[in-house]
Design a protein around this ligand. Sequence first.
Ligand code: GZL
Length: 328
Amino acid sequence: MRRFYKGLIALLMICMLAGCGKKSNKQETDKELFVIGFSQVGAESDWRLANTRSMQETFTNERGYELLMENAMQQQDNQFAAVRRFILEDVDLIVIAPTTEEGWDILLEEVHEAGIPVIIMDRSVAVWNRDLYLTNIGSNFLEQGEEAISWIETNLPVAEDEPLKVLHLKGTDGSTAQLMRTRALEEADQRHEDWTIVQQLNGDFTEAKGYEVMTNYLKHSQDFDVIYSENDNMTFGAMRALDEAGITYGENGKVKIVTFDATKRALQLCLEGKINLCVECNPLHGPLVEELIQKYRNGEQIQETVYISESVFTKENLTQEFIDQRTY
Ligand code: GZL
């Protein structure tokens, strides 16, 4: 009997040591991983999917991170709930790609009080206290809009007796991308007496909504010269509606198309002469965000705003080889 108890004690000892070893290993492993809570806008567009991929490919366990990503389905309230969960989980840092600019003051104060650093990515937030986040990394959306306007001014001459008629497809109301791309167009419209914005439709950056609002509008009027569409997915929906209405577009079409994002699909259509101008919006934020996080962890100074580099594409400066090597 004594041998039995001796064996049992030995077995318990082995289990305890193995367990402790596992626990300390697990603690050790957790301690090594830098935990990032990431509140993503949604999955509304090809651009967004590429942006998510960039973050997931950058912040892997193998590279020393644990990425807790939550998709807000384009609802700001879902982002508030997600960030509050990140606070409870006491993550090391929070990245927010904000749906819209307004409404973040209270939530970011809560994160600040919890002592968790925040990086705002892609779009911006409009808050009273700029110290509530480390930096804002994304695109210069106003510059993107001004690039599109410059192309229209250069390439779309205005007829003698007719104003240039612009149909405006707007992205998600109140998002920085929408606010700034719209500002560029509206300021140009103010400058040009011979331009007119015939209608501003809200396509919410999705293909389905772009198709819906364009289809409805075409029942009302087909009298416009250029579509200024604030992202490619709304453009794809609009093109489907134009096809169904028998309206030609692109290089030799009745209607010219200017679009933002420059996704692979849009660039291909541009090369084929179906889209006239693609203004790039680079979604590959992952590596830049990691660079900023490393700077923060090393106690280095971080710029308040970091713009990612971007280009403008037309049929003239595109090649099939270039498009084929694009990652988004
Ligand atoms: C731009 C980004 C916009 C894209 C859309 O940085 O916020 O949101 O232009 C996306 O495709 O939905």
